[in-house]
Design a protein around this ligand. Structure first.
Ligand SMILES: [Zn+2]
Ligand SMILES: [Zn+2]
Length: 169
């Protein structure tokens, strides 16, 4: 069976940094809305929308030198989360965790096609602000989402079996 070939692209607000998601990375393992306090600070907003994708197929195609790193040590797990943002315009772009080196979290608002994006999970609901309703038809976790690796395999197997990408961006 041939593997579905699809490429997604994204960029920071000033356009200096561009990235590509191809092959496996073009299908998110899941899309999440995170209400945690760290994401509230990092985004300066009520929540973060992120696509969790396999690192295989993820590449920075332009402006890697402009990427800045912030090591977020105030995590639940105690493991440092590496957050990457554009040093020019400040757009939050990616996050990497040592808990699973095979995945990358993409700030979904930086995807070139964000219009159809919808979450499949909602996490850290204990910090969901009062004006944000509980999201319907998605998994609502009080804290974080676990067992990403086995889920990644399940998602990819579904893509191979059906030829359809399960979670739209
Ligand atoms: Zn930028
Ligand atoms: Zn968060």
């Amino acid at each position: 069976m041939s593997q579905p070939s699809e490429t997604r692209t994204g960029a920071c607000h000033c356009g200096k940094i561009k990235y590509e998601l191809e092959g496996r990375a073009a299908t998110p393992i899941y899309n999440t809305v995170c209400h945690c306090l760290n994401c509230q600070y990092i985004t300066g907003s009520a929540l973060l929308a992120a696509s969790i994708v396999p690192k295989e197929g993820f590449s920075i195609t332009q402006g890697e030198g402009a990427l800045k790193t912030y090591i977020d040590t105030k995590t639940d797990s105690g493991q440092p989360l590496t957050r990457k943002f554009c040093g020019e315009c400040g757009s939050k772009l990616f996050a990497f965790t040592p808990l699973d080196e095979n995945i990358v979290s993409i700030a979904a608002g930086t995807l070139d096609n964000f219009d159809d994006w919808k979450p499949s999970k909602e996490q850290y609901c204990i910090h969901r602000l009062g004006f944000v309703d509980k999201m319907k038809g998605v998994e609502n976790k009080n804290r974080h989402v676990t067992s990403v690796r086995s889920e990644a395999e399940q998602v990819w197997n579904r893509v191979l079996e059906t030829g359809q990408r399960c979670i739209s961006f």
